[in-house]
Design a protein around this ligand. Sequence first.
Ligand code: PGA
Length: 253
Amino acid sequence: MSRKTVIAGNWKMNKLASEVPAFASELKAAITGAYDCDIVICAPYPLIPALNANKDVVGMGVGAEDVSAFEKGAYTGEVSVSQLKELGPQYCIVGHSERRQYHNETDSSVNAKTKALLANGITPIVCVGESLKQRECGLTKDFVNSQVVVAFSGISAEDAKKCIIAYEPIWAIGTGVTATNEQAQEACHDIRAELARIYDQETADSITIQYGGSMNAKNAADLLAQPDIDGGLIGGASLKPVDFATIIMATAK
Ligand code: PGA
């Protein structure tokens, strides 16, 4: 199987651009062993130039955390994909549950954003995941599959292969409650089965599916050992160079 393992940090509204150079050198110093993944840091727009300027220190990719679904026009505060492209990130998160919850992000805006990113050569990291209530009601598979179906509607298999999916159960994000290895594996497996249904098995097998939600230096190795988990989208632990480095090294084969 040819898919890549991708360990991506999701800094959210936490660090400053001025803190990036120190972070990059501390992360480099903390990576003391082998690893087998692409490293990415996703951060708010103002940090992207500093991350790009320091990306070679670690050999990392740089990602944004959102992009407008609209191309251009009167959308005060929004950032279009062409404006984003000028900043030069290689990745962009779409549909994070915090954006769905606080900024009315919908499955169809996730679809529009994913298409806009693909058209501009930026790798979308498409987030999906259920609430605690949905899990308790046994709706996880149906709900997550429906998010995947709409997010990828009208996207060719060739383009779908360029995307990353992050399975992030909402109840695990920022809570310290991580999905068990079995829960995370099952959900990522179900997503892959849905991708095989939408496209074909070869396409499904080539798409990187990350787990996110309280992944940390202690639990990363076990989560990453699951056959359908191809990396992590990491919030809190990505802010600490030593913890993030430990997660990166947990991908060593
Ligand atoms: P967490 O965040 O690792 O702090 O739970 C993950 C995310 O929001 O992507």
